[in-house]
Design a protein around this ligand. Structure first.
Ligand SMILES: [Zn+2]
Ligand SMILES: [Zn+2]
Length: 266
């Protein structure tokens, strides 16, 4: 199986100052087979209206791709905030550029975000989690311009609750519907290893949910660190890949121009 980091942010994202070249050097050091840059674009992030400089981002990654072509495979992607209030702009942006790979993530729900907690105002934890998964389902039903759904249950990181944990079973019907919708559309999920920081033993989502996705028929899966600094590139990726193998996956998925690469049997 390949070891990949398919979720990395650099200075082209509003919340990172990382030099993309340093990411590549770290990825080589970590013995990764392939990486994909996925800088952010959200159309309605109330705390940060940073606009991705797509042209400059493209040129920068193209030249790194060329420079390191004998050492590591480099892809050019984006993490797009799926937001039903901005459906047209989102579809237009993705159609306009030759992205290799697109992560669709839920960062904002109707102008409220999770980081500073506005989304959670006047909601019980159960209400907030229910709404988060319901909105995620709507987004995967409505949008087609992405390859994998980002950090399925990362809402566990946020909220004004002493116990932030997500009781997946309570929302399993909705989560299963999210999985089925993704599978039907030829899309997948990622395991986001930044979850190890909060949850210690797994990423977003946890392996129980990854197993469930596999059992329902899901085969498209990527692994990414969501690193915003170069020292985190590749972190826990090999651990996750090994676990995916145990679950039954033949390989992780990689993409070129948003088409899934053919699997190599190794
Ligand atoms: Zn994200
Ligand atoms: Zn991210």
């Amino acid at each position: 199986m390949k070891t990949i980091d398919y979720h990395m942010h650099t200075c082209f994202s509003g919340d990172s100052e990382a030099n993309p070249r340093e990411h590549v050097l770290q990825a080589i050091k970590m013995n990764l087979d392939e990486i994909c840059f996925t800088d952010h674009r959200d159309f309605d992030y109330p705390i940060d209206s940073f606009e991705l400089d797509v042209e400059n981002y493209y040129q920068t990654i193209q030249s790194l791709k060329e420079e390191f072509k004998d050492k590591i495979k480099i892809k050019w992607g984006i993490e797009i905030g799926l937001d039903l209030d901005h459906k047209e702009e989102i579809n237009q942006l993705i159609a306009q550029y030759p992205f290799d790979f697109v992560i669709g993530s839920i960062h904002v729900i109707h102008h409220t975000e999770f980081y500073y907690g506005e989304f959670f105002k006047n909601k019980s934890k159960e209400q907030a989690h229910q709404e988060f998964f319901e909105e995620t389902l709507k987004c995967v039903q409505e949008f087609d311009c992405f390859n994998v759904l980002g950090h399925l249950d990362y809402i566990v990181r946020y909220g004004p609750y002493q116990d932030k944990s997500v009781d997946h079973q309570k929302y399993q019907d909705i989560i299963d519907e999210i999985f089925k919708t993704l599978i039907k559309k030829g899309k997948g999920i990622e395991v986001n290893t930044s979850g190890y920081r909060d949850l210690k033993t797994c990423g977003f989502p946890n392996f129980e949910q990854v197993q469930r996705y596999y059992d329902i028929g899901g085969r498209i899966i990527t692994v990414g660190t969501d690193s915003h600094t170069s020292d985190r590139v590749g972190e826990n990726c090999l651990t996750v890949v090994k676990k995916l193998k145990e679950i039954g996956f033949n390989d992780v998925s990689t993409f070129t121009l948003q088409v899934k690469d053919l699997m190599t049997i190794d």
